[in-house]
Design a protein around this ligand. Structure first.
Ligand code: SF4
Ligand code: SF4
Length: 381
């Protein structure tokens, strides 16, 4: 990890960050208010940020409320994640055209390099991007993802509050961004100040900071950042014990808990759409009415849909139980086998956006409790 340089930017000067990035050709994407939620979209100025708004989340519940200050980043996770920009929900892969001689040409999609600046990436989201890097760039390099990821400038924002569904601290993925960003901001608001402590994580970040009005970081600033991070950790509503979880879940395909959770699960796929690491997709071929033109599109899919499990004339996971088991076992167990890391960063989105409030931390605890109960019983015998 590089030895971070940095500075402190006053609230009144933070708009310069967006201006400088725009001048350098970046498309700035950040949090903004829409449809009573905070979503990631193109932003042009600080006025587009959710000034003075925060969110309250719980299992199956999300609402925005006004704060009594003018904080810019005092919300928790947004319903969407950055995968929307790095791995868009629907992309064309190629198009084909019939030619006069009766043959046809096929043109693969040319993904021009994008120059996104992501503003407000949370530590857990940054970890999720690194996980998706393993999926899309680890072996075969997905050209669409690569074209968007390689030029991306990341402005992380450390969390200074957590909500009931957050558990990133127990997943070792937050609330402070530790590396792999260009700039990391911590928003400090108290009676005397509203400012941002900035850490540079790359040369590009240092170059941008040089162009912004700022003062040096003092020991007191770093102390305030540490205090905010500790407060955030103490506010986390949940935790997940990952000790031996990989082998525990892999060894329990017939545990009755899978049936119990399946009785509640609607198999709606919300959890996988909201999850920043889920990456399942399907392809669809479309033709026009003349039959002279065809296209292949890739779009997000989910292991919760029946069609996703259709192979060779049948569905391999026809019950909700088998689909929930597949999702959770993959996320927390076989993901390690595939990518060497957990597929969960503890962002809590699958809990908040599950319409029936199924909670992955509660499900894990149920398996762990039943395992420790069995161990105790066998020792007693
Ligand atoms: S499984 Fe749930 S908590 Fe974990 S990363 Fe996905 S949405 Fe977030
Ligand atoms: S766990 Fe919840 S969000 Fe996921 S498929 Fe089941 S009902 Fe939908």
């Amino acid at each position: 990890m590089r030895n971070n340089s940095g500075g402190v930017i006053q609230r009144a000067d933070i708009g310069q960050l967006l201006s400088v990035l725009t001048e350098k050709g970046y498309i700035t994407i950040g949090p903004t208010l829409r449809d009573n939620t905070i979503v990631y979209d193109e932003i042009e100025s600080v006025q587009d940020l959710p000034i003075g708004w925060t969110d309250i989340q719980a299992p199956g519940s999300y609402r925005l409320i006004k704060r009594d200050d003018e904080a810019l980043f005092a919300y928790n996770t947004a319903p969407q994640s950055w995968k929307r920009y790095l791995n868009p929900p629907r992309i064309r892969l190629w198009k084909a055209q019939r030619t006069e001689g009766g043959g046809f040409t096929v043109d693969p999609e040319d993904y021009a390099p994008s120059k996104y600046a992501f503003i407000g990436v949370r530590a857990c989201e940054l970890k999720a991007i690194l996980i998706q890097d393993k999926v899309f760039l680890g072996g075969y390099k997905d050209p669409c993802y690569q074209s968007r990821r390689e030029g991306a400038f990341i402005v992380a924002v450390n969390c200074t509050q957590a909500n009931e569904t957050c558990f990133c601290a127990s997943m070792n993925s937050g609330p402070k961004a530790e590396s792999d960003y260009d700039l990391a901001l911590t928003e400090i608001i108290d009676e005397q100040r509203h400012e941002f402590v900035v850490e540079c994580g790359s040369e590009r970040g240092e170059e941008i900071l040089k162009e912004l009005q700022h003062r040096p970081v003092e020991a007191e600033d770093s102390q305030r950042v540490d205090e905010r991070i500790q407060e955030t950790i103490s506010q986390m509503g949940r935790s997940m014990d990952t000790h031996r979880l990989q082998s525990l879940l892999a060894s329990q395909p017939n545990h009755p808990r899978w049936e119990e959770v399946a009785e509640r699960c609607l198999s709606c796929a919300n959890c996988t759409m909201a999850c920043p690491t889920c990456f399942c997709s399907t392809v669809e071929d479309v033709t026009d009415l003349t039959g002279d033109h065809a296209e292949r599109w890739r779009q997000w899919d989910s292991c919760f849909t029946m069609d996703f499990t259709y192979i060779s004339g049948g569905h391999v996971r026809s019950s909700v139980m088998s689909r929930y088991r597949q999702w959770m076992t993959h996320k927390l167990s076989t993901w390690h086998d595939q990518f060497g890391v957990s597929g969960c960063v503890g962002c809590g989105r699958c809990i908040t956006w599950c319409p029936v409030g199924i909670d992955i931390t509660e499900e894990v605890a149920a398996f762990q409790n039943s395992h420790s109960q069995k161990t105790t019983n066998s020792v007693e015998k």
